[in-house]
Design a protein around this ligand. Structure first.
Ligand code: ADE
Length: 243
C-alpha cells in the first residue's frame, strides 16, 4: 500500500479538515511548500486546510506599522501587540478558545514529535510568524498562545519554522498517511528508525544484510531492533561530541 492511500478512504468519510491559519508579514514565503506532494493531496482531499494571512491587514495607520522600539531600550524592533492580536482574534472568531495558537520564537519550548502528535489532535491551529527581535509579551498573554522553537538556532523569521511544524503535524492528521507508516517511524519509542535497504542487493561492493533477504520475519524484527539501537547509540555519541 502506498503511504498516501488512506487519503482516498478519508475522502469518502467526509471528515472536518484540520485547519491551519498562518499569520505572517511575508505570505509569498509560504506560497510554494504546501502546493506539492502529500500536503497538496491532503488539502485536495479535504483533510487539511491552510490559510495564510497578512498581519499588515490589521494595522490602522497609513504606514501599516507592525513593529516598534522596545521600551527600556535595546537593539532591534519588537512586533507590536495590536495588529497580531486583532488578526488572530478576527480570523479565529469563536474558535479562538478551542484552537491552539503558536508563536514562532527561538526562545519558545522545543518542538518535538510528541508535540506534533498532540497538535494533530486539534481542530484548528493558528501560527504567528515574527520577524525582528521578538514579540510584545502581551500577545501571548491575551491569545493564550504557546511560544514554540524548532531548535536552538536563530532564523531570520518564523515562516520556515511554521512550515516545519505544519508539515510534521499535517502528516499525522487522520487519513493523511497510513497508520502503519506512523507506527513504524523514527522518534516514536525514543529510538531512531532501523536502517532500510531496497534493490539492488549489491551496490558498489556494499551488500544488503543477509537476514533481510531470508524471509524469517522474527529474525528480521530482531535484526532491525538491534540495528536501531546501534544507530541510536552512534547518533548519541556524535551529538555529544558537538555540544
Ligand atoms: N524564529 C527565529 N528562529 C526560530 C526558531 N529556531 N524557532 C522558531 N521560530 C524562530
Amino acid at each position: 500500500m502506498s503511504e498516501t492511500e488512506p487519503i482516498h478512504q478519508a475522502l469518502r468519510e467526509q471528515r472536518q479538515p484540520l485547519r491551519f491559519d498562518i499569520f505572517t508579514l511575508f505570505p509569498e514565503m509560504l506560497a510554494g511548500p504546501f502546493d506539492a506532494s502529500i500536503l497538496k493531496r491532503a488539502a485536495a482531499a479535504g483533510l487539511i486546510e491552510i490559510q495564510i494571512h497578512q498581519i499588515r491587514d490589521w494595522t490602522h495607520d497609513r504606514y501599516r506599522t507592525v513593529d516598534d522600539r522596545p521600551y527600556g531600550g535595546g537593539a532591534g524592533m519588537i512586533m507590536m501587540a495590536p495588529p497580531i492580536t486583532e488578526a488572530v482574534e478576527s480570523v479565529l472568531g469563536s474558535d479562538l478558545a478551542s484552537a491552539r495558537t503558536l508563536i514562532m520564537s527561538p526562545s519558545g519550548i522545543r518542538f518535538t514529535q510528541d508535540m506534533a502528535s498532540s497538535l494533530a489532535g486539534a481542530q484548528r491551529i493558528a501560527i504567528v510568524c515574527g520577524h525582528y527581535e521578538g514579540f510584545d509579551e502581551r500577545i501571548s498573554s491575551i491569545l493564550l498562545a504557546e511560544e514554540v522553537s524548532i531548535g536552538d538556532y536563530v532564523l531570520t523569521g518564523g515562516e520556515i519554522p511554521a512550515m516545519v511544524i505544519i508539515d510534521a503535524v499535517a502528516r499525522l492528521a487522520p487519513g493523511v498517511i497510513s497508520v502503519q507508516s506512523i507506527a513504524e517511524e523514527s522518534h516514536d519509542k525514543g529510538l531512531v528508525e532501523h536502517p532500510q535497504y531496497t534493490r539492488p542487493v549489491e551496490f558498489r561492493g556494499l551488500t544488503v544484510p543477509e537476514v533481510l533477504l531470508s524471509g524469517h520475519h522474527q529474525q528480521v524484527r530482531e535484526w532491525r531492533r538491534a540495528a536501531a539501537i546501534a544507530k541510536q547509540a552512534k547518533r548519541d555519541e556524535k551529538e555529544s561530541g558537538h555540544s
